[in-house]
Design a protein around this ligand. Structure first.
Ligand code: ACM
Ligand code: ZN
Length: 786
């Protein structure tokens, strides 16, 4: 019996060994990984020993013990003797010129984690967690391996806006845990906004008794479909903040507070109107937004955007206030860096304010940009005096950069490039691709602020711009993703927007540039998803989304509908389609893509299945008419930003249902008309044309001024068939609508459709004086009713 068991376990050992030779699913991927044959079995109770300094070890051990219990049901105790420990934490110099680094070795005796500081020991713990199999019920066997690792960038940041929406202390801690397990080291906490002041300041209690509360919030995407009329708010007490800063520090995360100035300060002004250039002027809000409660006096904002009422730069009391606030902030946050915002601060009030104008005159400043520069420089002096360094958004470049400021580049990379060239440190945080408030799914299932930053785009991001030479590149401290929460009302949504993109960014920031490999990351991501399941995170499954393309057939006899999945090799892609409520067959493919013909109207489904689990489901309705799938040409092309799939977009049988979220469903013309000629393939009797277009004046998109249809038998001489100026808007809030032109039946082969642009946008509208956009979706050509 003994013999049998021993033979069996040897057999098992070699099978497991082979399986364990699969590449390790580590994210972010370490600098060096050397796998060896064999595994070490973690028992239900394991012991650790350490030579790390006791004051560091206490929180490290407590964290490690708690995580091991929570995630893997393993009890960790301290070993009585170092030699007996399953995991031992050692210290020694690393060959990294003083940069924090660790080594992690798993062999038959257990695990040895060696580092030059306590911080990398914490990061080694994260790597260790990822060596433990995630599959439920599987043995806790970790592979023999030798890992050597350190971070590429010193600044690895995630931001969270708690002004637009407020999140409780427990979630902030969770968020910090999320950063920790992805080896981030900075949490940028955006604490003050137009819609709420969130940090207790004892000297100015009204900041939170008044400024932390708004009387309502707009509903839906800006400008909203109304106001919820619900009082909303919250703030963090200084005790809670200390607790959070300590919690973060135990996880080697620095919390950088942001106190916004001079803009985005409506909430502070609501509490202390004297901070405004015009204390007696009531708060203004966009006319098209619904308001809740009193409109007199200074109010906390209830909608999103940029507001003119900012801190006065002329009056001394503004600076007294901000210095007092900073005194309390600095006492709470030991961070070297303090963020003062500086973005999106309109100069309209400063232009009219006697105190601001007096300041400009006295100091001989050129304009209000230089006044903002004075504002920031004055705050910088104050912070520098206290041993801190100021960070500001890239607007702080305008009017001259404060001498020691760090620039956070968000309006693309330009601010970061300019600042680095001026020998300033920079943190890269460009909207494209690291604004995590942008959608990661092409088929948005909830409102976002717009923009499309899918995980592969985040993964491809390189924080050091090509424009910088080696010396200048040293000023790039790292990068950060931003989480603005206008459209994240609850913690579930924050997680949904964060995961799994944070995994991609962690690799951008931590892993060596040469090691980055999307194909490899994709494979490891599959295990990361399992970890997210284990850790009970709410993550987006947009990665599995099917990419659909519609194209004409060779003879213009129908449509080709192609579905592709990102992962190619192993996926079984199953197309199922349903037409008019009944099943219409299916195709199974393991090539990661599949294509079929569509010849008539109907609702079709495509799905990506792994065994029986549906990973992704795509629904598409096709609408057929005489023009669908036919050859079409444009007199002038659509604008570069909105090219759709070229002219074919207008006859691809797909009618845009989602406003402008799916930009490829329509063509955009900036100031120009849309003129198309459709070849029906043969002469046919037609009697109406319907043009689908969009209207959304707040985004400069205007309904067509008019539409006209022409017919021809030879494609050369065209006769007008009918015209209209009427645009019938659909009831949905997406701005869809149509223009219908009905005429006496005519027999033609070629149909020319001329859709006229609205022209210049009139005064009183968004974008007044600019060329309007014309967004055209689909063109239908119909036969006379029989
Ligand atoms: C910003 O997104 N306004 C920095
Ligand atoms: Zn002023």
């Amino acid at each position: 019996m003994r013999f049998v068991i021993s033979l069996f376990s040897t057999l098992l050992f070699s099978i497991i060994t082979a399986a364990q030779q699969k590449p390790l699913s580590l994210i972010p991927y370490p600098v060096e990984v050397k796998q060896q044959e064999g595994v070490f079995l973690l028992k239900n109770t394991i012991t650790v020993s350490t030579i790390l300094p006791q004051q560091d070890w206490k929180p490290l051990f407590s964290y490690f013990k708690d995580e091991m219990k929570k995630l893997y049901s393993i009890t960790v105790t301290e070993a009585a003797k170092e030699k007996q420990a399953d995991i031992s934490f050692q210290m020694r110099r690393m060959p990294t010129s003083g940069k924090p680094a660790y080594e992690l070795e798993v062999n038959k005796n257990g695990v040895i984690i060696t580092s030059n500081f306590s911080e990398p020991a914490f990061h080694a713990m994260q790597t260790f967690f990822q060596l433990i199999p995630v599959d439920k019920g599987s043995k806790k066997e970790i592979p023999f391996v030798k890992i050597f690792d350190y971070a590429r960038f010193n600044y690895r940041g995630m931001h969270l806006d708690v002004g637009r929406h407020f999140f409780p202390v427990d979630f902030i801690k969770k968020y910090i845990d999320y950063l920790a397990c992805h080896k981030f080291n900075t949490f940028h906490w955006h604490l003050t906004e137009d819609q709420g002041w969130r940090i207790e300041i004892k000297k100015y209690p009204k900041l939170t008794s008044v400024g932390a509360w708004r009387n309502g919030t707009i509903i839906g995407r800006y400008p909203g479909t109304g106001n919820d009329n619900i009082k909303y708010g919250g703030f963090y007490t200084q005790t809670q903040i200390k607790e959070i800063v300590k919690y973060a520090s135990d996880r080697y995360i620095t919390v950088i507070p942001e106190i916004e100035m001079p803009g985005h300060s409506s909430a502070a002004i609501a509490a202390y109107p004297e901070l405004s250039c015009f204390p007696d002027k009531s708060t203004e809000y966009p006319k098209q937004c619904a308001w809740s409660g009193p409109t007199e006096g200074k109010q906390v904002q209830q909608t999103w955007g940029v507001f003119d009422d900012v801190f006065c730069a002329g009056k001394e009391n503004t600076f007294t206030f901000l210095e007092d606030v900073m005194d309390e902030v600095l006492a709470l946050f030991p961070s070297k860096y303090i963020h003062v915002g500086g973005d999106e601060s309109p100069k309209a009030h400063w232009k009219l304010c006697p105190a601001c104008q007096q300041r400009i005159k006295e100091l001989g400043l050129k304009d209000e940009h230089e006044l903002q520069s004075y504002f920031i420089q004055r705050m910088e002096k104050y912070l520098n005096k206290k041993g801190r360094t100021l960070i500001g958004w890239d607007e702080i470049l305008e009017g001259g950069l404060a001498p020691n400021a760090v620039v956070m580049s968000w309006r693309g990379e330009k601010g970061g490039i300019d600042a680095a060239k001026q020998n300033h440190d920079v943190i890269m945080s460009p909207g494209n691709p690291v604004y995590f408030d942008h959608t990661q799914s092409e088929n948005e299932d909830s409102v976002t602020i717009g923009g499309f930053n899918p995980i592969e785009k985040v993964y491809a991001y390189e924080p050091v711009p090509k424009e910088l030479n080696d010396e200048q590149a040293k000023h790039v401290l790292g990068a950060q993703a931003n989480m603005w929460t206008e459209y994240m009302k609850n913690t579930n949504k924050v997680e949904y927007m964060l995961f799994p993109r944070i995994a991609a960014l962690s690799e951008v920031l931590w892993s060596q540039k040469e090691k980055k490999n999307w194909g490899d990351f994709e494979k490891r991501l599959m295990t990361q998803f399992k970890r997210y399941d284990l850790w009970k995170m709410n993550y987006s499954k947009a990665y599995f989304e099917l990419k659909a393309t519609v194209s004409p057939t060779q003879n213009y006899t129908g449509l080709l509908w192609k579905l592709e999945s990102k992962t190619k090799a192993d996926d079984i892609l199953i197309y199922k389609w349903v037409k008019n409520g009944t099943s219409d067959g299916q195709i199974v493919s393991n090539k990661g893509q599949c294509e079929r013909m569509i010849n008539s109207s109907g609702l079709y489904y495509g799905s990506l299945q792994e065994k029986t689990e549906v990973k992704s489901l795509l629904k598409q309705e096709f609408f057929f008419n005489k023009a669908t799938g036919k050859k079409i040409t444009l007199a002038n092309e659509a604008a570069k930003n909105y090219p759709g799939d070229g002219a074919f977009t207008l006859v691809n049988g797909v009618q845009n249902e989602k406003g402008f979220a799916r930009t490829k469903e329509f063509l955009g013309f900036n100031g120009t008309d849309c003129e198309a000629v459709i070849d029906l393939g043969s002469s046919q009797s037609i009697s109406s044309v319907i043009i689908h277009a969009l209207t959304r004046p707040t985004s400069w998109i205007w309904q067509p001024r008019s539409a006209e249809v022409f017919g021809s038998v030879n494609g050369i001489t065209f006769t007008s068939l009918g015209t209209t100026n009427d645009f019938i808007q659909s009831k949905s809030p997406t701005g869809n609508g149509l223009m219908s032109i009905v005429f006496n039946a005519a027999t033609v082969r070629y149909v020319k459709v001329l859709v006229k642009n609205h022209g210049t946008i009139a005064e009183g509208n968004a974008g007044a004086g600019n060329k309007a956009w014309l967004f055209v979706d689909e063109m239908e050509v119909n036969a006379p009713n029989p």
